[in-house]
Design a protein around this ligand. Structure first.
Ligand code: C2E
Ligand code: MG
Ligand code: MG
Ligand code: MG
Length: 280
């Protein structure tokens, strides 16, 4: 895959994992141990203001730092953790970790407007205690609610619609931003916009990838962009890899973007340096 150009060592690992054919029970047991042993690590990928090139904030992306196997990407363990419920304690930890990190960057680097986006599984949103967890994290870290963004992947919105809707309304009422992640990949993208109170539309990477190769996709994205504007949603693009994609997205009036063109997800210390170098 195109990942080979990046400082990610997990492509080989992923093959090994498949070869080893770790069964679900083994993987689940390993993940439980990993939580206890604190083997998870949060990486941070910057969000860029597409007009000015300025860094607006970061997205927290979890990795499993396996003692033997190295860095394991979330695609290889989040789905199982969603099924077994382990994503709930993991997600709580990621939220705390990312918010603490944000607070420290805001104060140390004197960037109080920086934002942090945290991916949240649907299962977290349906847990009765989730709002308390959120309030707790905001209170203990002292982060202003608008600096926090929760990203919910579109394809997870199909089940428990009513519970999730109630939960999202409560979150929005607190002034926290809500992004619909991977927009355009679900069965019913447009109806989700209608049903849930999102404040940010994050266009799926697949649309960005296709921008350069077909004028049809430009038209589709133009429509999505107009829709987002009419609904007062901020427009964000993920997976920007080329200068040409950037130019097209600027023309389509996307405000924010992320992608390897700017930076891959980075460990906290590297992200700190990256940010420091950029603002000085
Ligand atoms: P996502 O939230 O849509 O995150 C974007 C993914 O695209 C990340 O993969 C990121 O590393 C990758 N990416 C960013 N820029 C580019 C680019 O320019 N080109 C390409 N090809 N890829 C790019 P990652 O880190 O492997 O995460 C995969 C998914 O795992 C995330 O998709 C998110 O849905 C989920 N995830 C990650 N962290 C968490 C978490 O803490 N909790 C939950 N529930 N899910 C998480
Ligand atoms: Mg995301
Ligand atoms: Mg996404
Ligand atoms: Mg995605």
């Amino acid at each position: 895959q195109a990942r080979s150009a990046l400082p990610h060592k997990y492509v080989i690992f992923s093959q090994q994992l498949r070869d080893a054919a770790l069964n679900r029970m083994e993987l689940d047991a390993a993940l439980r141990r990993a939580l206890e042993r604190q083997e998870f690590e949060v990486y941070y990928q910057p969000f860029i203001d597409l007009a000015s090139g300025q860094c607006l904030g970061f997205e927290a992306l979890v990795r499993w730092q396996h003692p033997q196997r190295g860095l394991v990407p979330p695609g290889q363990f989040i789905p199982l953790m969603e099924e077994t419920g382990l994503v709930v304690p993991l997600g709580k930890w990621v939220l705390q970790e990312a918010c603490q990190q944000l607070k420290s960057w805001q104060t140390q680097l004197k960037q109080p407007q920086l934002t942090m986006s945290v991916n949240v599984a649907a299962l977290q949103l349906t847990q009765p205690g989730f709002l308390e967890v959120l309030d707790d994290v905001l209170r203990t870290t002292g982060i202003a609610p608008p600096c926090l963004k929760l990203e919910i992947t579109e394809t997870t919105l199909m089940q428990n619609t009513e519970t999730i809707r109630g939960s999202l309304d409560e979150i929005k009422a607190r002034g926290i931003n809500l992004s619909i992640d991977d927009f355009g990949t679900g069965y019913s993208s447009l109806s989700y916009l209608h049903l849930f109170s999102f404040t940010v539309l994050k266009l799926d990477r697949s649309f960005v990838t296709q921008l350069e190769s077909s004028s049809k996709s430009i038209e589709i994205v133009r429509h999505i962009a107009r829709l987002a504007q009419n609904l007062n949603l901020a427009l964000v693009a993920e997976g920007i890899e080329t200068q040409q994609q950037l130019v097209l997205l600027q023309q389509l009036e996307f405000q924010e973007g992320q992608g390897y063109l700017f930076s891959a997800p980075l460990p906290a210390s590297t992200a700190h340096q990256w940010l420091r170098d950029r603002i000085s």
